[in-house]
Design a protein around this ligand. Sequence first.
Ligand code: PBE
Length: 269
Amino acid sequence: SNPSDTGVVIGSKRFTEAYILGEIISQRLKQAGQDKVTLKSGLGNTGILVAALSSREIDLYPEYTGTITREILKTDQALSLTDINKRLLPLGLQAGVLLGFDNAYVLAMRREQAAKLKISKISDLSKHPALIPGLSHEFIGREDGWKGLVSAYQLDQLHPRGLDHGLAYEAIASGQIDIVDAYGTDSKLIRYDLTVLEDDRHFFPVYEAVLLYRADFPTRFPSSWQALLSLRNSISQQKMLELNTSVEIKGSTFEKAAAQFLSRDQQNP
Ligand code: PBE
């Protein structure tokens, strides 16, 4: 049978922002008249999503430029989107439609403890080997995560514990851990009064949100692709933080947050 018969299948990673973006993409396609849309939310980490693209289980998902260069293409170079796409093509993949915000990895601590120990930047951490990092499993294993940070900042004396990103904030607030890997657009950075440590050796790349898709997607679904182009530059840093806050702090759902975003977007294009 024609593979187009199955409609468009969207995937997402397993954290609040990823779920919201999956909903925005899926609802945008339905608005545009694509009536066969399947959303497979919370599939897993980067490796799992890329495997799902390769096996045609999904057609696209929201990803980040820094994650594509470091984790998928395994390069330290800062690449333009054009160069990223040259390297993705042999994998049958392409990246496009920059959404308009950046979601960087950051290290964060309780504001009070950081002030007391006079820690404001990541390089200060090497003087405090007793601090306990509580890090998400994906971050621990990534070159643009703990592995690379340890060598860039000589942090071999610190011993991280692995945990789920969803549990990290409660763990740091209650004092079980002292340092977390957070995401720049996390609503809970503000809610739990954490301070973000300056990346004073400029270790982390830029993580601009972008769609990662099968290279054959635009030709298989031309009108859906046109609809997705309208999402380019449509979500500001502030807007993404608000969307994450509406779900994580204000109790909205992924679906409602996405629907509200799209209806407002149409009124004020
Ligand atoms: N990030 C921050 C991670 C999660 C959010 C964009 C660097 C990633 O998914 O690659």
